[in-house]
Design a protein around this ligand. Structure first.
Ligand SMILES: [Zn+2]
Ligand SMILES: [Zn+2]
Length: 364
């Protein structure tokens, strides 16, 4: 095995963790990620690889779980030549030709599902994911220009989105499909509450909403290892956005609920293996930090609305004070929208519907 072992982090778990707590309240057993096609054995029979992404967030974490003679794969990277080459190199190199047995995809974002179709065909393995993730991806491929249609464009404009940004949102489906190879024609459904056996060990399946519908996570109780996908990341706040197809949706409410669920379901001293950045200890601490982050953002919105009714577009600078390009603005807009809906749901804000083409919220 060409992977580095777990090293000092495993011995004297509690003391070691306390000794290494970083300024952010979390502990990072590995200071550096694996480089290139190298990997780190983060727990017995669980390998951590990084696949490059051509974005500001320049990588996604991939985990391989020992599965009999081969390895089960968690997530893929986007569909492009570099990712395909990375997978070929991983299989030929660190895995020394041992087969990939099955692909588990946590959610339908391109960095996680992008290469699923290609990988399942290339390596002859089935796809396991949530029904929502599978159908969400298929739905975009069936109708990539849907966001350009009138009901969705009207929705964005009624909340004050500029013409330029609305046009950009209209093409999001095509941008998505450029990063995703067509999915296999069938999949095996995973549902929260399932237990799946991988290499003789039982992994509990959990799901959480807010970042992506029904995002899957896995917990291996016997090793106290939690594969968290993008639901809880150490230094990034996972994007939580209102989507025009569900214009009254409260994804932030669902996300906060999911954080509380994770605090109840997963021990605070579990090793967290996230979809991006470094593995860490401190799940409960991080869940509370994320909840506090969103609470602080709601306070900023309340302060802005104290000066008068505001549209979602007018509230964006309260949360994102720096200049944004149109692409960043489209995400900032939908993230701001999520906070507004959360606060409306909590009756902290109410809609002012005097002009249906130009909606504003005010303090309740
Ligand atoms: Zn994601
Ligand atoms: Zn991601």
């Amino acid at each position: 095995m060409a992977c580095k072992g777990r090293g000092a982090a495993k011995d004297g778990p509690v003391l070691k963790k306390i000794e290494t707590i970083a300024a952010d309240g979390l502990a990072y057993p590995w200071a550096e990620p694996p480089a290139g096609t190298a990997c780190v054995e983060v727990a017995p029979g669980i390998l951590w690889f990084r696949i490059p992404l051509p974005f500001r967030l320049d990588h996604v974490n991939i985990y391989l779980i020992e599965d009999g003679d081969g390895w089960a794969v968690l997530d893929t990277g986007i569909s492009n030549k570099a990712t395909r080459e990375a997978w070929e190199a991983i299989v030929a190199g660190p895995l020394a030709g041992r087969p990939l047995t099955r692909l588990i995809v946590t959610h339908f974002h391109p960095d996680h599902i992008g290469l699923a179709g290609w990988m399942c065909e290339r390596f002859g393995m089935p796809l396991l994911t949530s029904q929502t993730g599978y159908l969400g991806c298929i739905n975009i491929s069936l109708s990539p220009n849907a966001m350009g249609e009138k009901p969705y464009q009207d929705f964005y404009r009624s909340h004050g989105m500029s013409e330029e940004t609305a046009q950009l949102v209209a093409t999001h489906g095509n941008g998505y499909l450029r990063m995703v190879s067509p999915l296999p024609p069938t999949f095996r459904r995973l549902v929260a509450g399932d237990e799946i056996e991988i290499g003789g060990r039982r992994f509990e399946v959990l799901s959480g909403d807010g970042h992506a519908p029904e995002q899957l996570m896995l917990y291996l109780a016997e090793e106290n290892v939690f594969l968290a996908a993008d639901q809880v990341l150490a230094k990034i706040t996972p994007n939580v956005s209102v989507w025009a197809v569900e214009p009254e949706g409260d994804p932030l409410g669902l996300y906060i609920r999911s954080l509380s669920m994770l605090e109840r379901a997963i021990p605070g001293d579990a090793l967290v293996l996230p979809g991006h950045q470094l593995p860490f200890y401190g799940l409960h601490e991080r869940a509370r930090q994320l909840a506090a982050h969103h609470a602080e953002r709601c306070e900023r919105i309340a302060a802005s609305c104290a000066q008068g009714p505001k549209s979602v577009a007018e509230l964006v600078p309260a949360l994102f004070p720096r200049p944004l390009d149109p692409h960043q603005l489209s995400f900032a807009f939908s993230e701001t929208h999520a906070h507004v809906h959360y606060m409306v749901g909590r009756r902290e804000l109410v809609w002012d519907r005097a002009e249906p083409e130009s909606l504003r919220v005010r303090l309740a």
